[in-house]
Design a protein around this ligand. Sequence first.
Ligand SMILES: NC(=O)c1ccc[n+]([C@@H]2O[C@H](COP(=O)([O-])OP(=O)(O)OC[C@H]3O[C@@H](n4cnc5c(N)ncnc54)[C@H](OP(=O)(O)O)[C@@H]3O)[C@@H](O)[C@H]2O)c1
Length: 296
Amino acid sequence: MRLIDRWLARYAEPQEAALEAVRGLKPIVVVTGASQGIGLALARRFGRAGHDVALIARGANALEAAAGLIASDYAVTAMAIPMDVTNPEAIDRITAQLGANGFYIEVLINNAGVGLAGPFAHQSQEAIAHLIDLNVTALTRMTRAVLPDMLARGHGGIINLASLGGLIPGPNQAVYYASKAYVVSLTRALAAENAGRGVRMLAVAPGPVDTGFHRAMGTELSFYRQLLIALSARQVAFESYLAFKLGWHHYVPGLTGKLLQIAVWIIPHALLLPLMGWLLRRRDERPWHDVGNPSA
Ligand SMILES: NC(=O)c1ccc[n+]([C@@H]2O[C@H](COP(=O)([O-])OP(=O)(O)OC[C@H]3O[C@@H](n4cnc5c(N)ncnc54)[C@H](OP(=O)(O)O)[C@@H]3O)[C@@H](O)[C@H]2O)c1
């Protein structure tokens, strides 16, 4: 890893003031959406590797329980910070709370995200705005807040949870797929912009993962859930951690995911998009020809 670290920091120019600002503080890995699913698995993976972790989500009880388990399983500090990351002040509050406890953000994992299934024309403006707020705006704001200090220190890392869905339009999950395309694009651009300056930037793009995410958006009966093999959150975390340490910019976990990525590259969109629409369609709603008339 030493060689990789040196390569990733080949153009780094650490600034004395930035190093001075964190002198006496300990590095910590901040994971948003860490009370369950992939976020929790990532927090556990970093904890297992000996990193102190800060877990962020809205629900305090699940968060406290998760942090308690990580602390006892891996003998690291695991802080629970209940917070809605769509609050524009969230990242400042998190940074302040960490600072007060003697920590600074060494790695940020923007994992909190929400899905939205069904025809676009049926979805409420509020649900669409909330998805963009969380999956796009909050992630961008948090990234922008921590990146300059990491660059100034010549050290750090950001993992953004994208999705295989970020590589292709997703009829019947249009806004969700579009939001993940944004995450892929932003992360890869920032990785290129800052190459060699000591900050790892990774977009993780999993296919389906077995978490509560699909139930929450009502797609457990959709054909993609029935036909595609889902990874465990643990597997995603295991592979993502490795990809992050190796300094990769974009990573698709699992063999099925990698095969699906190849399919996305080689199958013409004219064929693939109707297939995606069929796979993603919610089975509990009216047929597609009603879409033009949401009140029908
Ligand atoms: N599951 C999949 O198949 C899959 C595939 C590809 C990519 N992904 C992406 O991976 C990420 C995690 O997915 P997952 O399946 O683990 O989701 P999940 O099981 O639904 O967990 C979502 C987590 O985010 C937290 N959260 C939601 N809204 C939040 C907010 N406003 N502020 C702070 N925390 C918030 C939730 O806790 P609270 O509700 O208590 O806040 C929870 O801890 C998402 O970005 C998702 O898009 C998932």
